[in-house]
Design a protein around this ligand. Structure first.
Ligand SMILES: Nc1nc2c(c(=O)[nH]1)N[C@H]1C(S)=C(S)[C@@H](COP(=O)(O)OP(=O)(O)OC[C@H]3O[C@@H](n4cnc5c(=O)[nH]c(N)nc54)[C@H](O)[C@@H]3O)O[C@H]1N2
Ligand SMILES: Nc1nc2c(c(=O)[nH]1)N[C@H]1C(S)=C(S)[C@@H](COP(=O)(O)OP(=O)(O)OC[C@H]3O[C@@H](n4cnc5c(=O)[nH]c(N)nc54)[C@H](O)[C@@H]3O)O[C@H]1N2
Ligand code: SF4
Ligand SMILES: [Mo]
Length: 736
């Protein structure tokens, strides 16, 4: 097998030979650890961290998990896992696991409670608030880290059972821009790719993505690509991914949209476009072509800071590639123009016919293990499987399929996350239920979370695995939840693949699965009869199948969990295949027939002028702060990963800041010095890491430390309402 150039560089010894030892070393450096041992007593489960969806084989002894190896035959990870997967069982038995419900007492300390008391308290307080202030005075914040069955039950319970209108998830922070972009461009939220495309592409363009750290096993799939691919990474920072790429385009933060429009213009001017694809499968191209005329190379150079030759070269590479794939994550989505930036990527794929063929696509990689499930089943801003709360026919349809009166379904959309936060600040929302997310660390602009948002809430319920999280510590009622490994259900990974997670141990203490907690709340609330058929996760899976029927995500051909387990997961859509029994194809990419989900079957070009960043640098705050993932061993707010000794050893224990040597020199800062970083909202102290991974005038702080969101600026994409975490203005100085 011929290796792509980057792999030759890393894998081959001086003599030019690829040895097993070198391969192992390379894998270790990337934290990719191959399977180690065998056993017949194995339960197969999908990893509960990132959206790659690797299969982990859990080796059980007397019904207790004894160890773990990585699914060697699974089509996603092909026998590999990253360090988080390897350590997946470690966080389960940590001392700060929530083991009993906790109620905040009159003296403000927590006291332990029995479940019935806790659930009565939950229902009594929320009902009081609703009776006094109406159904819109309460809200929930959910997650992309619980199962499909749990997400659906929670959304149905809150909205159809308890009469709530507002509920959103941490997925708003994560992939809302991609969702909105796909809906508007394709007519449905449908990431089109299958992971094999990473191996089939001859030109891979990553925009605002660091898969080496954030999706290591997807990156492993790129490394297997035998076509000597060109790998172009667009990122203001030099990352582990840019180091392995063939080209790194270090643009200025938030200049992507101008660059992508200029590239479209160059492709059009040179007639490097696929006329027949555009004519047959898209609409609004002519208007788009007129629109991008003003996006000249000079304009791109001015916005991005790249030389004209690099801009031209990017366009040439897209033209020369036979199978060009575009991949994006948070550098695009977490932006005040994230939706339009994602659509600018989609436009490039459409105009060059790079979609629906092997190795192509406009491909958003999602983040959390079940972010894709939350897109279909969380019942937050859209009704199940992409339906619309505001459409009476959709409400009727869901009512019929679930056998509940349609008038129990709210006829308006939920407020998005930041509007829920604003509603709390204004005093309109007085009760909040938070499940499997830790906004006391992860939400943008923390100065407001503590100062105004929390203090305005009359009742805050937090349902989490750990009682020690920043958010749980603020709760009036804490409900201890079982975690991954202590419950079963399904997740959907980034390539739309359903997979099963298995219970391998009982929940610690009196913790319960979110599923069981939701069922108990329904009974205590008095709406349990609505969910009498939702007995077990597998029952709910059957209900979800019926909700998906005749929608673009129809997976009614998946019989049950065991069919998923046998086939290494199955991608949606999967409708029963008459000719082929019900054997699913091994993989499926969307739009192979060029038909999209708008009524006329065409994809739309969507575009809009670029606008300046809502926050600007100035003499007082002259530096751009970038935030994101720091290491493959750290997961978000570190409630889980910090419980593993091995993972702790792989990551810095306290907050640090990467800054450019020239800036450091000017400010007299050396590596390990304490630096004070201020924004217009707050400040923090961090240890300096002087390195040219960032450009001059920019710094980077990983999101894994609670301090970071003291600094971030609360600006949001106007269509997706996703927060723009990635670029805000700060100052820095050496601490004296
Ligand atoms: N180890 C680990 N893996 C994870 C996670 C984790 O916490 N830890 N979280 C998971 C989740 S939920 C998510 S959403 C994904 C996120 O996965 P990624 O999006 O790949 O990770 P980030 O580091 O947030 O951002 C990616 C890159 O965007 C760059 N960037 C910043 N501003 C801009 C810009 O203006 N333009 C461009 N082009 N790039 C920019 C940053 O420098 C960064 O390198 O990772 C998932 N995987
Ligand atoms: N500055 C900055 N901030 C960011 C980002 C960034 O790039 N920069 N990225 C944003 C993104 S993309 C994301 S996705 C968010 C993530 O932000 P969060 O969702 O706040 O981060 P997590 O640490 O994953 O929080 C998940 C919580 O759920 C708990 N938990 C885990 N499993 C279960 C379960 O099965 N049941 C229950 N009930 N609880 C469980 C965990 O203990 C943890 O407290 O952060 C966002 N914040
Ligand atoms: S790459 Fe993602 S899914 Fe795979 S083992 Fe690592 S964290 Fe788990
Ligand atoms: Mo995310």
């Amino acid at each position: 097998m011929k290796l792509p150039p980057i792999l030759e560089r890393v894998f081959k010894s001086k003599s030019g030979r690829l040895t097993d030892k070198l391969r192992l070393k390379q894998n270790r450096q990337l934290g990719l650890i191959p399977a180690r041992y065998d056993s017949n007593n194995i339960q197969k489960s999908i990893c509960g961290y990132c959206s790659t969806g690797c299969q982990l084989d859990i080796h059980t002894k007397s019904s207790r998990p004894g160890g773990l190896r990585h699914g060697t035959t699974h089509p996603v990870n092909l026998g590999m896992a990253c360090p988080k997967g390897w350590e997946a069982l470690e966080p389960l038995n940590a001392p700060d696991r929530g083991r009993v419900p906790l109620i905040r007492d009159v003296d403000h300390t927590f006291r332990q409670a029995e479940w019935p008391e806790a659930l009565d308290y939950f229902c009594q307080r929320f009902k009081e608030i609703q009776n006094q202030h109406g159904n819109e005075s309460v809200a929930f914040l959910g997650t992309g880290q619980i199962t499909n069955e749990e997400l659906a039950l929670m959304g149905a319970l809150a909205k159809f059972g308890m009469g709530w209108v507002h509920g959103d998830g941490n997925t708003r922070q994560c992939m809302a821009s991609a969702v909105t972009a796909y809906k508007e461009s394709f007519g449905f939220d449908a990431p089109p790719y299958t992971y094999a495309d990473l191996e089939l592409s001859d030109t891979l363009i990553f925009i605002g993505a660091n898969p080496c750290i954030a999706h290591p096993i997807l990156w492993h799939r790129v490394m297997r690509n035998p076509h000597r691919p060109k790998i172009i990474v667009i990122d203001p920072r030099a990352t582990e991914t840019t180091a392995a790429a063939t080209t790194h385009l270090a643009i200025r933060p938030k200049s992507d949209l101008t660059l992508l429009y200029a590239i479209a213009n160059i492709l059009i001017q040179n007639d490097w476009i696929d006329h027949s694809y555009i004519d047959q499968h898209t609409e609004l191209f002519d208007a788009f072509a007129r629109f991008v005329k003003s996006y000249s190379i000079d304009r791109a150079v001015e916005a991005t800071g790249l030389p004209a030759s690099s801009v031209m070269e990017l366009a040439s590479k897209i033209h020369e590639g036979k199978a060009v794939s575009f991949w994006w994550t948070m550098g695009v989505n977490q932006s005040y123009q994230g939706t339009r930036t994602a659509q600018a990527i989609i436009n490039l794929a459409l105009m060059t016919g790079n979609i629906g063929r092997p190795g192509t696509g406009a491909n958003s990689i999602t983040g959390q293990c079940n972010a894709m499930g939350s897109r279909l089943f969380s019942n937050t801003t859209s009704l199940f499987c992409g339906r619309d709360f505001e459409n009476p026919a959709d409400r009727e349809d869901i009512g019929n399929r679930l056998n509940i009166p349609a008038d129990r379904i709210p006829n308006k959309k939920s407020l998005p996350y930041h509007e829920i936060m604003k509603g709390i600040e204004k005093g309109d929302i007085k009760g909040l239920w938070i499940v499997a997310t830790n906004p006391g660390h992860s939400w943008i602009d923390q100065s407001r979370w503590f100062k105004s948002i929390r203090s305005k809430l009359e009742f805050l319920v937090v349902q989490d695995m750990y009682e020690s999280t920043e958010t749980a510590q603020e709760a009036d009622l804490f409900l201890p939840a079982a975690g991954w490994g202590e419950k079963s259900g399904t997740f959907i990974n980034s390539e739309r693949r359903f997979g099963v997670i298995e219970k391998v141990q009982d929940p610690v203490g009196e913790a319960r699965s979110d599923f069981d907690i939701f069922k108990d709340i329904a009974d205590h609330w008095g709406c349990g009869e609505l969910f009498e058929h939702w007995k077990t996760p597998e029952d709910v899976f059957q209900i979800l199948k019926t909700l998906s029927m005749h929608t673009p995500c129809d997976f009614s051909g998946i019989k049950d969990y065991s069919m998923l387990q046998k086939n290494g997961g199955i991608q949606w859509p999967h409708i029963q295949n008459q000719q082929n029994g019900d054997l699913p194809e091994k993989e499926r990419r969307l739009f192979e027939d060029g038909r999209f989900h708008h009524p006329n079957g065409r994809a739309h070009f969507v575009f809009e002028e670029t606008t300046p960043n809502p926050e600007s640098v100035c003499p007082n705050f002259p530096v751009w702060l970038l935030t994101g993932r720091g290491t493959s061993a750290q997961w978000h707010t570190q409630t889980r990963t910090a419980k593993s000794k091995m993972l702790r050893q792989m990551a810095p224990g306290s907050v640090y800041v990467e800054l450019h040597p020239a800036d450091a020199h000017e400010l007299g800062i050396k590596t390990n010095d304490l630096v004070v970083i201020r924004s217009r909202r707050g400040s923090l102290e961090a240890h300096a890491r002087v390195q040219a991974s960032v450009q001059q005038g920019q710094i980077f702080i990983p999101m894994h430390y609670p301090e970071v969101n003291q600094l971030t600026h609360p600006s949001f994409d106007p269509y997706s309402h996703q927060p723009s975490y990635k670029a805000c203005a700060v100052s820095l100085s050496k601490r004296t």
